[in-house]
Design a protein around this ligand. Structure first.
Ligand code: HEM
Length: 422
């Protein structure tokens, strides 16, 4: 019996009320599929009474995820945060990571989001596009054709790092610091299952991050308004005093760093894995590069870089025939919603011309719907347009290594070899 059927049997035979889909190893070893399939079939709104994160509801169907995400009056982001870990577990987290509009409900949420949103408006993105293309082309032109290298490090990390530096107008030669801060933000034991993380060192580093941004903030506040994110915040009517509230200051910056980094990075890596798993789809792409925009949506569905978002019910409500009580923790498993066969036939397969690829839940819905979704799609589109100009194939030549993280679907190693276009 191979590992896949083994895991399928375990998932089928486990007592339903003991299934815990938050275990980081499911994502580390990429064995989550049969567990979510079981919940979608037998209990799309499922209660787990005991877990390392305390009791929680798992919402796994496309329909119910949408219902929770669009009902912010009942399902609060502010009452208990947006990750599965208990508030008491994240105490260190809150001290170092602060708060941002992703963990706010109305009326605080709207004005803060609206201040930064113009930085990723269609008009601003049009202006960014040539620069992104130039930076993507520069990366691709310097790759070692014919040699084995890690696609994650050389392309995914590098491109999103360059983009992030552009968005913040952060000193370009120091852009690797942004990548590092993004990595350590989500690397906490409750999310990764790794107790060996040095939380003191992490704290020091996040304080360095705050320090670097305070300096930039003061510089930008003293200058005329520009279109980078820091300048927008420093001059925005609702945010210009944010630096006086350290928790909100660091929280907002980390939201923008992580939001724009890990997610797009893993979609870039996931796309290469997907096309290698299904060479027929790769061939379809070679024959018709006009499919790239739809393929990008399908990559985001298939990869689902943000595995879950958590809410807290602030009143009793019935969902999918289950009674959720005020104070209950409710977890929307986007990764599962994007494998819902009722919406996406043959959902585990990548299909670059899937007609409803855009119906995915990977960007969420409602007032917190991903602010950077168009930017992410543009980056991915431009990158794949430039890849197709240069390479016949990005060949996967070894094992993919993933991270043990139940929040961000992280990919660490994608060994590849490039084949130039003939
Ligand atoms: C493929 C890439 C990306 C994915 C899959 C993704 C996913 C998500 C998800 C699931 C949410 C929460 C939605 C909800 O609760 O309903 C979110 C929120 C957010 N994302 Fe993204 N994201 C991506 C790229 C980006 C980029 C490039 C930025 C850069 C600006 C960004 C900035 C944000 C912000 C600021 C929020 C909070 C919005 C709010 O609370 O109002 N994201 N994203």
């Amino acid at each position: 019996m191979n590992a896949i059927t083994d895991e399928k049997m375990l998932a089928e035979e486990a007592p339903l009320d003991e299934i815990d889909v938050s275990r980081p190893e499911l994502f580390h070893h990429d064995t989550w599929r049969p567990w979510f399939a079981r919940l979608r079939r037998d209990a799309p709104v499922h209660y787990l009474a005991e877990s390392p994160h305390g009791p929680f509801w798992s919402v796994t169907s496309h329909e119910h995820i949408k219902a929770v995400d669009t009902n912010h009056e009942v399902f609060s982001s502010e009452a208990g945060g947006i990750v599965i870990a208990k508030p008491e577990e994240t105490l260190v987290e809150e001290q170092t990571q602060g708060e941002s509009f992703i963990t706010m409900d109305p009326p605080r949420h709207g004005p803060q989001r609206q201040t930064v949103a113009p930085s990723v408006s269609p008009k601003n993105l049009k202006e960014f596009e040539p620069l992104i293309r130039e930076r993507a082309a520069d990366i691709l032109d310097n790759l070692p054709v014919g040699e084995t290298f890690n696609w994650v490090q050389e392309v995914s990390v590098e491109l999103t790092g360059r983009m992030l530096a552009t968005l913040f107008d952060f000193p370009y030669e120091e852009r690797h610091r942004l990548i590092h801060w993004s990595d350590i933000t989500t690397a906490v034991p409750q999310v990764t299952g790794d107790d060996a993380i040095d939380m003191n060192k992490r704290y020091q580093e996040l304080m360095e991050c705050a320090g670097a941004f305070y300096q930039l903030w003061h510089e930008r506040a003293a200058q005329a308004p520009k279109f980078d994110l820091i300048s927008m915040l420093a001059h925005g009517e609702d945010t210009k005093t944010m630096h006086e509230d350290p928790a909100n200051f660091l929280g907002t910056l980390l939201l923008l760093i992580v939001g724009g980094n890990d997610t797009t990075r893993n979609s870039i890596s996931g796309g290469v894995i997907a096309l290698n798993e299904q060479p027929d789809e790769y061939q379809k792409l070679r024959e018709n590069p006009a499919l790239i925009p739809n393929m990008v949506a399908e990559f985001v569905r298939w990869q689902t870089p943000v595995i879950h978002m958590r809410r807290t019910a602030v009143q009793d409500i019935e969902l999918g025939g289950q009674q959720i009580r005020e104070g209950d923790k409710v977890v929307m498993w986007y990764l599962s919603g994007n494998r819902d066969e009722l919406v996406f036939p043959d959902a585990d397969r990548i299909m670059i011309d899937r007609p409803n690829a855009r119906a995915h839940v990977a960007f969420g819905f409602g007032i917190h719907r991903c602010m950077g979704n168009r930017l992410a799609e543009m980056q991915l589109r431009v990158l794949w347009e430039e890849i197709m100009k240069r390479f016949d194939r990005v060949e996967l030549v070894g094992d993919v290594e993933r991270l043990p993280n139940n929040f961000i679907r992280g990919i660490k190693d994608v060994p590849v070899r490039l084949h130039a276009r003939r």
